[in-house]
Design a protein around this ligand. Structure first.
Ligand SMILES: [Zn+2]
Ligand SMILES: [Zn+2]
Length: 220
C-alpha cells in the first residue's frame, strides 16, 4: 500500500468518524477510568482468597491471550456473518490507516483509529465478563468470579494501552519504554498488508503466536 493511499485512507476515516469535538486524550482517559473503576470494584469484593483461587489470575491471563489471538486471526481478518463490522473496523479501516511504513499517529485525533469506542467497553463487560463471572460465582466461588473479572478487565486495559503505544511515534517517551521496541516491531510486521492475514496476531504478548507458530521471522 503506497504512502498516498494511506494518506487517502486517513483522510476518509477522519472525515467519516472524527468529529471536531472529538478529544483523543479524553477518549483514552475514559477507557482507563472505566477499566480501573471496574477492577477496583472487583478487588474490594475479594475476601480471604485461598491459595488455589489465586490461580484464577494466570488462567484468565492465558484465556485472554488465546481469545485475543483467535479473535484477531479469525473475525478481525476474515469477514464472518454477524461480525462483519469487526472485519470492517479492523482490516478495512485500522489496517488502511496504519501500515508498517506509516505506523504512527499524526495527532491525538488519530487515537480514534486505535482505541475501542468506550460504549463497546460496556458491551464487552456486560456480554462477556459478567455472564462468565456469574457462572464462576455459582459454580466455583465468589473470589474466583471477581478475580476472573478483575484480570479480564485489566488485560483489556493492557491491550488498549499497548496497542495505543505501538502507534505512538517510536521517538516519544512512550515509544522508548523498555520492551516497547520489540513489541512494537511484532505489531508493525503485522501491519504489513502482505503479512497481516498470516502472522503476529497477538497484540499484547505473543504467547499464542509462538504456540501456534505464527511469529513472523524477518529474513535477514
Ligand atoms: Zn495496530
Ligand atoms: Zn490485524
Amino acid at each position: 500500500m503506497s504512502r498516498n493511499s494511506v494518506e487517502y485512507s486517513r483522510e476518509a476515516f477522519r472525515r467519516k468518524y472524527v468529529s471536531p469535538n472529538y478529544s483523543g486524550p479524553l477518549h483514552l482517559a475514559t477507557t482507563v477510568s472505566i477499566c480501573l473503576v471496574v477492577a477496583l470494584l472487583c478487588a474490594v469484593m475479594l475476601e480471604n482468597v485461598q491459595p488455589l483461587e489465586w490461580l484464577t489470575i494466570p488462567l484468565t491471563f492465558l484465556y485472554a491471550n488465546l481469545s485475543e489471538y483467535l479473535g484477531h486471526r479469525g473475525p478481525m481478518h476474515h469477514r464472518k456473518p454477524l461480525l462483519s463490522a469487526v472485519f470492517q473496523r479492523h482490516t478495512i479501516e485500522h489496517h488502511a490507516f496504519f501500515t508498517d511504513q506509516a505506523i504512527s499517529y499524526e495527532s491525538s485525533k488519530d487515537f480514534k483509529a486505535v482505541l475501542f469506542p468506550p460504549i463497546l467497553l460496556f458491551f464487552f463487560i456486560g456480554a462477556f465478563a459478567v455472564p462468565a463471572g456469574a457462572l464462576l460465582f455459582f459454580l466455583v466461588s465468589a473470589n474466583v468470579a471477581f478475580l476472573f473479572m478483575l484480570t479480564a478487565v485489566l488485560y483489556f486495559l493492557n491491550y488498549e494501552l499497548l496497542h495505543f503505544a505501538y502507534h505512538v511515534r517510536p521517538s516519544s517517551w512512550i515509544g522508548r519504554l523498555p520492551f516497547m521496541s520489540r513489541l512494537r516491531q511484532h505489531h508493525a510486521h503485522h501491519h504489513n498488508p502482505q503479512l497481516m492475514t498470516r502472522y503476529n496476531f497477538n497484540i499484547t504478548y505473543p504467547l499464542c503466536d509462538y504456540f501456534f507458530g505464527t511469529v513472523y521471522k524477518n529474513p535477514k
